[in-house]
Design a protein around this ligand. Sequence first.
Ligand SMILES: NC(=O)c1ccc[n+]([C@@H]2O[C@H](COP(=O)([O-])OP(=O)(O)OC[C@H]3O[C@@H](n4cnc5c(N)ncnc54)[C@H](O)[C@@H]3O)[C@@H](O)[C@H]2O)c1
Ligand SMILES: O=C(O)C(=O)C[C@]1(C(=O)O)C=C[C@@H](O)C=C1
Length: 304
Amino acid sequence: MTFQRIAIIGLGLQGGSIGLAVREYLPDAQTTGYDHLPETRARAAERSLVDQVCETAAEAVREAELVIFCVPPSAMGEAARACADAIPATALVSDVGSSKQAVAKALGEALPHHTIIPAHPVAGTENSGPDAGFASLFQNRWCIVTPPEPSNLLLLTGLVEFWEALGANVEIMDAQHHDLVLAVTSHLPHLIAYTIVGTASDLEAVTQSEVIKYSAGGFRDFTRIAASDPTMWRDVFLSNKDAVLEMLQRFTEDLTALQKAIRVGDGDTLFEHFSRTRAIRRSIIAEGQDDARPDFGRSDHGKI
Ligand SMILES: NC(=O)c1ccc[n+]([C@@H]2O[C@H](COP(=O)([O-])OP(=O)(O)OC[C@H]3O[C@@H](n4cnc5c(N)ncnc54)[C@H](O)[C@@H]3O)[C@@H](O)[C@H]2O)c1
Ligand SMILES: O=C(O)C(=O)C[C@]1(C(=O)O)C=C[C@@H](O)C=C1
């Protein structure tokens, strides 16, 4: 099935990008949108992120066939409760949250009588808010859909086709597995970036101005990631706590092994490790999975 009326709750980077992408790639569909911040609603209207910016969430969802919650993980339950009575019984409810088990639970509790199929576009930038969105964000990026068992096949197919129309490659995955995989590929890298940028600026022997001045190299890539939205990332770590702590434990053990290799002058271990990681990077590029994002909406090309 093709969704013709799509409601987007939360008009920041994700919600705005979905609205713009629908206009570009699904021009026959109608979009409505709501954000709890009046200034964001005003900016969303100026940028025409959706066809109609509504004054209440209930108004936005009233005629929707697909409702997508694009708010921070901790706000999912509250945002869903605010419009629960207005969402048509036949509508499919989805979201774009970066962690899946906790968000699915929150949405399920808020909307016990609706069909919910969570999703996570693995596509983003360090920018947030109504000015951050752009239509090509999802082009050639993964979107992981985590349907509960059992799921309505017609609605699941509709959601997969929706994300494919926006340019994403869709993968179906169990929510628990999603949270484990993303803990290591997305959440841990952000924690490392937040840590290293904080550590560098805390060092008494290195001044703040030196950190800025000499951040043209590898450190600059970390500063891009460490500029990501504090609310969202606080929520990601708290909502995917178990998987992140497990991956952090593994990371700490591996870091300690490299620390020891440096201390004892074990060059072979260092060389082997760096060769292995270089091959991983090169295989990502060879598979065409590198970044398809345009300059627009980004402060630089740094990636880790
Ligand atoms: N930023 C990324 O790289 C990225 C990538 C994939 C998925 N996500 C997920 O997408 C979701 C949104 O992230 P984003 O980057 O678009 O954040 P954002 O800050 O750009 O946008 C979130 C918007 O939600 C609004 N909002 C908050 N609470 C609300 C409520 N109760 N009702 C209505 N609106 C509310 C905020 O005002 C804001 O405009 C998060 O769950 C995040 O985990 C983010
Ligand atoms: O490239 C970035 O700026 C991102 O952080 C995007 C990124 C990621 O880690 O890959 C961040 C969070 C998501 O939920 C999905 C994508």
